[in-house]
Design a protein around this ligand. Structure first.
Ligand SMILES: Cc1cc2nc3c(=O)[nH]c(=O)nc-3n(C[C@H](O)[C@H](O)[C@H](O)COP(=O)(O)OP(=O)(O)OC[C@H]3O[C@@H](n4cnc5c(N)ncnc54)[C@H](O)[C@@H]3O)c2cc1C
Length: 457
C-alpha cells in the first residue's frame, strides 16, 4: 500500500482541500493528521476561545472523515517529530501541507522539509488552500508585495481562479496508526459565553444561509452595528473550516453589488496575508514608523485597563469591547472604532490593543489582526495615517437608534434613541440614575495629545 500524510494546520475541512485531493490521487491510503504542538501555543495561539473553536473544528473534521470511511489522527507533541513518527510507521512517501504566511509557519515548513527529505519522504506545500490568491502571485513592478490595497485589489480581482474541489467520497486511513484523544471543549477555562460553534459543517451552513438572506444587502448593511448583517465567517475562514476561494466563487456566482462587496472584503484578507508573507516582522514592528512617543506609565495603564473592560465612558466603544468579551468576536466597525480610540484618542501603543484582541478573538489572526491594527494606528501604508475616528459620530452614524449600545451596555439600556451615545449630556438626578463612567478624556484633548505625540501639528 502506498501511503501519504496530510498535515492539517489552518485548513480544517474536507471540501475544496487541494492537499487532501493530491494525497488521495497519489496514494492508496492517507493519514489525515493534526498535531497539537505546544510550540504553537507558546507562539501565542493558546487563547481559550480559539482552543474551544479548534476543538469543535477537529471533532467535525473527524466526523466528516469518518463518514468517508476514514478518521482524523491527532498527536500531541512536536510537529516535526510526530509527522516523522507517522511517516516511519506507515512508510509514507509524501506529506502534503497548506502553505502558511507567518514566520512560525515558514520555519515549520523549512524544518519539516529538511527532516523528511533526510528520510526519503517528499514534502508538498500547497498554495491557495488558505488564501484565494496566494502571496506572491500578484506583485507590483519592482516589489515583492503590494503596500496599497486599491491596486492590489484591481490585480487580485482579475486573477483566474480554480474551480473549488468537491469533498472526496472515500478516505482510506491505515488502521495501525495510533491517535491521541481529540481535544474537547470541556476543561478549557475562560471561554466567552457567546462563542460560536466551530466546524466545517456549521461554516458551510452559515455561508449558504448568509448569502441567501443577507448577501444582496451586504453593501448597504455591512456597517450597521445593530443589524449584525455581516457573514460572521471570519472564525471559519481563520481555521480553514470554510475555503475562502469557495466563498468567493459562490458569491460571484450569485452576483450583484452585495456579493462583490463581500468578495472585496475577502480580498482584504489576502492583502494582509501577502504583506505579512513579504514582511514577517510587521507582526510586531511598525510597517511604516511614525516615530510615535506612545503614552506609558500608570495613567496610560489605567486607560488601557478601562478600554479592555469596556468602561471608557464612550458608549459605542464600550459596547464593542463588551461584545468582544462576551462573544470572542466583534463587528468590523467596532474593531475600527475601538482600535482608533486606543491608538489615537488614548494614544496607547497599538501592540497593546492588538495583544488584547488576540487574547479574545476567535478569528484572532496574526496577519489580519496585526496589520489591521497597523492600518488603523496609521503605522501601515494608509491614505490618512493621522485620521482619528470620533466615537460619538461613529455611534450616531453606524448605530443611529442606539440599539447596539443598549444591547451591550446594560447600564444605559433605559436611555432611548441616539441620546445613548452621549450620556454625559444628562444632568442632575437624571445623570445620577445611570451608573456609567464619565469619558476618560475629552475628544479634543485626546486629539491634541495624539498630534503632539506624533508631531503632526
Ligand atoms: C483592529 C482590527 C483587527 C482585526 N482583527 C482581525 C483578526 O484577527 N482576524 C480576522 O479575520 N479579521 C480581523 N479584522 C478584520 C475584520 O474586522 C473581520 O474579518 C470581520 O469583522 C469579521 O466579520 P465577518 O466575518 O462578519 O466579516 P464580513 O464583513 O462578512 O467579511 C467577510 C470576510 O472578509 C474578511 N475581511 C473582512 N474585513 C476584513 C479586513 N478589514 N481585513 C481582513 N479581512 C477582512 C474576513 O475573512 C471576513 O470573514 C480586524 C479588523 C480590525 C479593524
Amino acid at each position: 500500500m502506498t501511503v501519504a500524510v496530510v498535515l492539517y494546520t489552518s485548513d480544517l475541512r474536507v471540501h475544496d482541500h487541494p492537499p487532501l485531493r493530491a494525497a488521495l490521487d497519489g496514494a492508496q491510503e492517507v493519514v489525515p493528521l493534526f498535531v497539537r504542538d505546544p510550540a504553537v501555543d507558546r507562539a501565542g495561539f493558546a487563547a481559550p476561545n480559539r482552543l474551544a473553536f479548534l476543538a469543535d473544528c477537529l471533532a467535525d473534521l473527524d466526523r466528516a472523515l469518518k463518514e468517508r470511511g476514514g478518521r482524523l489522527v491527532v498527536r500531541n507533541g512536536d510537529t516535526t517529530a510526530e509527522v516523522r513518527a507517522v511517516v516511519r510507521r506507515t512508510g509514507a512517501g509524501e506529506v502534503h501541507l497548506a502553505g502558511g504566511v507567518t514566520a512560525f509557519a515558514r520555519a515549520r515548513e523549512e524544518h519539516l522539509r529538511e527532516v523528511l527529505e533526510g528520510d526519503g519522504c517528499r514534502l508538498h506545500v500547497h498554495d491557495g488552500v488558505v488564501d484565494v490568491v496566494p502571496p506572491g502571485d500578484v506583485t507590483p513592478q519592482g516589489s515583492d508585495h503590494f503596500a496599497v490595497f486599491t491596486p492590489y485589489h484591481r490585480r487580485w480581482a482579475g486573477e483566474p481562479l480554480r474551480t473549488p474541489l468537491a469533498a472526496p467520497r472515500a478516505v482510506r486511513v491505515p488502521t495501525d496508526v495510533r491517535s491521541d484523544r481529540l481535544p474537547g471543549r470541556s476543561g478549557i477555562a475562560d471561554v466567552s459565553p457567546g462563542l460560536a460553534v466551530g466546524g466545517e459543517r456549521e461554516g458551510r451552513r452559515r455561508l449558504a444561509a448568509w448569502l441567501t438572506a443577507h448577501g444582496d444587502a451586504y453593501e448597504q448593511r455591512h456597517d450597521d452595528l445593530a443589524g449584525d448583517a455581516t457573514s460572521r465567517l471570519s472564525p471559519y475562514l481563520h481555521f480553514g473550516a470554510v475555503s475562502a476561494l469557495e466563498a468567493v466563487q459562490r458569491a460571484r456566482k450569485r452576483g450583484g453589488a452585495g456579493a462583490e462587496a463581500f468578495v472585496r472584503q475577502l480580498c482584504w484578507r489576502d492583502f494582509h496575508r501577502q504583506v505579512l508573507a513579504a514582511r514577517p516582522g510587521a507582526a510586531r514592528a511598525d510597517y511604516r514608523p511614525r516615530h510615535d512617543r506612545w503614552r506609558r506609565g500608570p495613567e496610560a495603564e489605567a486607560d488601557l485597563a478601562a478600554w479592555r473592560e469596556g468602561r471608557t465612558g464612550y458608549p459605542v466603544v464600550d459596547a464593542a469591547m463588551r461584545q468582544l468579551a462576551h462573544e470572542g468576536w466583534m463587528h468590523n466597525r467596532g474593531r475600527l472604532l475601538t482600535a482608533s480610540f486606543l491608538a489615537k484618542t488614548l494614544y496607547v501603543d497599538w501592540r497593546e490593543g492588538a495583544r488584547h484582541f488576540l487574547d479574545l478573538l476567535v478569528d484572532g489572526d496574526v496577519a489580519n489582526n496585526q496589520l489591521n491594527w497597523q492600518w488603523v494606528a496609521g503605522t501601515g501604508r494608509t491614505a490618512g495615517p493621522n485620521r482619528v475616528l470620533n466615537p460619538v459620530l461613529q455611534g450616531r452614524r453606524y448605530d443611529p437608534d442606539g440599539a447596539y449600545v443598549r444591547r451591550w451596555v446594560l447600564e444605559l439600556a433605559g436611555l432611548s434613541g441616539p441620546a445613548v451615545h452621549e450620556p454625559w449630556r444628562l444632568t442632575g438626578p437624571e445623570r445620577a440614575a445611570y451608573d456609567y463612567p464619565d469619558p476618560l478624556v475629552e475628544l479634543s484633548e485626546g486629539l491634541a495629545r495624539f498630534r503632539r505625540g506624533r508631531e503632526t501639528a
